[in-house]
Design a protein around this ligand. Structure first.
Ligand SMILES: Cc1cc2nc3c(=O)[nH]c(=O)nc-3n(C[C@H](O)[C@H](O)[C@H](O)COP(=O)(O)O)c2cc1C
Ligand SMILES: Nc1ncnc2c1ncn2[C@@H]1O[C@H](COP(=O)(O)OP(=O)(O)OP(=O)(O)O)[C@@H](O)[C@H]1O
Length: 306
């Protein structure tokens, strides 16, 4: 896959099957679109995800938003699915572009779109005036085919990145995973903690996730952890460790079963499988240890049954 952050770097001259949107999380609705562009792609026709990066645009309006996926994570996630991932910063210029100009200048002239795939409610161009009808109206003139994909629902509610962000933040990890179609994942480099876990009998790998990454609600989770390409079982905690620290930093840490080598500086991947309990401030380290021992025992039982 080629990862492109400047439209001018896109130089492929052959036909493309293009899908459009923001694509935070690559949830089950997004996956419908990806499957459709893949269906059209072959040796000659390339599959292209054209994703608008809203970060700077929102920041300019004073809005900061935690994301289901950092750009780096989305890149890793998409690697084996499509030929090109274009991450295009959304700017005032884009906001003002006439829908037909967007179609002609970007989709047709720049990306050589022969197939355009969007969700049923997708809007683009000046005042969001462009939509599926606009794309269909110009299809003949510019020589492309449009696929408008029905919005995928779960229990009668349309799946969207906003819905999943809301679900995760509210603590329903299992529903978030169901909407995503895969377990929610956090990546990070293992950092040095206070090294207290080791003396308490449960060494943990500490990671400080990207500032823009949306973390699951604070608490204890059964997880899968990938270290050096190998998957392990783990019991993780998302939170501030209020029993032992008061620096206010929210971290992710995980006690990995059947792993006893050093992992500092390694890049690990943590998949969150089940939410077990909320994080608590204990009145002593002994009480904390007692509870974490229980969490680990119950995690082991979970993995035996899984
Ligand atoms: C499964 C698990 C559950 C945890 N639950 C809590 C908790 O409820 N409250 C808390 O203050 N810390 C909790 N922790 C964090 C511990 O306080 C922390 O792992 C320990 O102090 C070691 O920290 P260190 O890695 O910086 O040495 C938990 C850790 C794990 C692995
Ligand atoms: N549930 C869905 N089913 C099918 N297509 C979808 C679904 N959700 C979004 N899409 C389509 O996928 C593309 C990317 O969607 P986009 O990420 O912009 O929207 P979203 O997932 O609804 O996120 P947000 O909640 O942030 O608006 C768009 O073409 C959109 O219409």
């Amino acid at each position: 896959m080629q990862y492109i952050t400047q439209l001018s770097d896109f130089t492929y001259q052959g036909p493309c099957a293009v899908t459009l949107g923001k694509f935070d999380g690559m949830h089950r609705g997004h996956q419908r679109l990806i499957r459709t562009i893949r269906k059209y792609s072959d040796e000659n026709t390339k599959s292209v995800v054209f994703a608008f990066d809203m970060k700077q645009f929102l920041l300019n309006k004073g809005i900061t938003r935690k994301m289901l996926m950092t750009n780096e994570e989305r890149k890793k996630h998409m690697e084996k699915y499509v030929d090109y991932l274009i991450e295009c910063p959304f700017t005032e210029e884009f906001r003002k572009i006439e829908p037909e100009d967007f179609i002609k200048d970007i989709l047709v002239d720049k990306l050589h779109a022969k197939y355009i795939v969007i969700g049923a409610d997708y809007h683009f161009g000046r005042d969001k005036r462009g939509d599926a009808n606009t794309l269909s109206r110009y299809a003949k003139k510019y020589g492309y085919h449009v696929d408008v994909i029905t919005k995928k629902k779960s229990d009668d509610r349309i799946i969207s990145s906003s819905y999943i962000r809301e679900t995760l933040a509210g603590g329903d990890l299992e529903l978030a995973n169901e909407l995503l179609g895969y377990p929610y994942t956090v990546y990070g480099r293992v950092e040095h903690g206070q090294k207290l876990g080791r003396t308490l009998g449960f060494p943990t790998m500490n990671i400080v996730p990207d500032i823009e990454k949306l973390l699951p609600k604070k608490g204890v989770y059964n997880c899968k952890v990938k270290i050096d390409g190998v998957w392990y079982k783990g019991i993780g905690n998302v939170g501030m460790k209020p029993t032992v620290t008061n620096d206010g930093r929210v971290l992710v840490e995980v006690h990995v079963l059947d792993y006893d080598a050093e992992a500092y500086e390694k890049e690990i991947e943590i998949k969150f499988l089940t939410f077990e309990r909320g994080e608590k401030k204990f009145s002593s380290v002994e009480e904390l240890k007692e509870q974490v021992d229980k969490d680990i025992a119950s995690g082991k039982l979970y993995f035996e049954k899984a």
